[in-house]
Design a protein around this ligand. Structure first.
Ligand code: IPE
Ligand code: IPE
Ligand code: MG
Length: 244
């Protein structure tokens, strides 16, 4: 088992993004309704957030609800939105205890009023914290993010010759946040599912078969340990990396 002691504190990712997947299949394994899986997924969120903050990770982005997830049965969507309200209500004080700042990315206008309000309250109440930034991706999709960035650039009247990668980056919902060095996806699926399309260009991808409700601190450490054994070449050759 990989423990905290196996992690090199000098080579930590600044930003880790997580696709929290497998709640439904975990529930099915236990002969329970899908919502039972989502409820238990909250424990994994708590474990992961705590582990990341303890290690000194600066940004943790959790994919909690995608633009495509509205297509699920209304019962499940409503339960997820209610669970968010309940969880935010319960966990904000814990975030404050750990000096964690809450943020959100996604098209928040389209969230139910109660969910949006609980979220904005959490963001407001943790805004003075200076430790880790916990970013919830809610009603988020990578293509939505790029689309809204293009709209806002055009609205600003910038001539097309001034459009650079940096300008696009500044108009994404993640502005000011470095790209994730590491993406983790649980549940054995090997896809991005419209997550941070632009920002993941050079991220290291880590896939684990563990269903999200069973994802815990050792599972998180294992992902970082794996990351620390990768060579990030950014288009160069190995010799250039080892001598730089
Ligand atoms: C991830 O678990 C949670 C959300 C997408 C909200 P799933 O609900 O996708 O679980 P599976 O993939 O059906 O097992
Ligand atoms: C991705 O999981 C979205 C979140 C984790 C919020 P899904 O379970 O919705 O992904 P697909 O549809 O199987 O690709
Ligand atoms: Mg899924």
């Amino acid at each position: 088992m990989i423990t905290k002691e196996h992690i090199d504190p000098a080579n930590l990712p600044k930003h880790i993004a997580v696709i929290m997947d497998g709640n439904g299949r975990w529930a099915k394994q236990h002969n329970k309704p899908r919502v039972f899986g989502h409820k238990n997924g909250v424990n994994a969120v708590r474990e992961t957030t705590e582990a990341a903050a303890e290690l000194g990770i600066k940004y943790l982005t959790l994919y909690a609800f995608s633009t495509e997830n509205w297509k699920r049965p209304a019962l499940e969507v409503n339960a997820l939105m209610a669970l968010l309200v309940e969880t935010l209500g319960k966990e904000i004080s814990r975030l404050n205890d750990n000096n964690i700042q809450l943020k959100a990315i996604g098209d928040l206008k389209k969230l139910p009023k109660r969910t949006r309000e609980a979220l904005l309250k959490g963001i407001e109440e943790t805004s003075g914290n200076t430790g880790m930034v916990l970013i919830l991706a809610l009603n988020y999709s990578g293509r939505w993010d790029i689309t809204q960035a293009v709209q806002s650039i055009i609205k600003s009247g910038v001539p097309s010759s001034d459009i650079t990668e940096e300008l696009i980056t500044e108009h994404l919902s993640t502005k000011g946040i470095p790209d994730p060095e590491l993406l983790i996806r649980s549940s054995g699926e090997f896809r991005i599912s419209n997550f941070l399309m632009w920002q993941l260009s050079y991220s290291e991808l880590y896939f684990t078969p563990v269903f999200w409700p069973e994802f815990d601190k050792p599972a998180f450490y294992a992902a970082i340990h794996d990351y620390q054994n990768r060579e990030r070449r950014f288009g160069m050759v190995s010799e250039q990396i080892s001598t730089s």
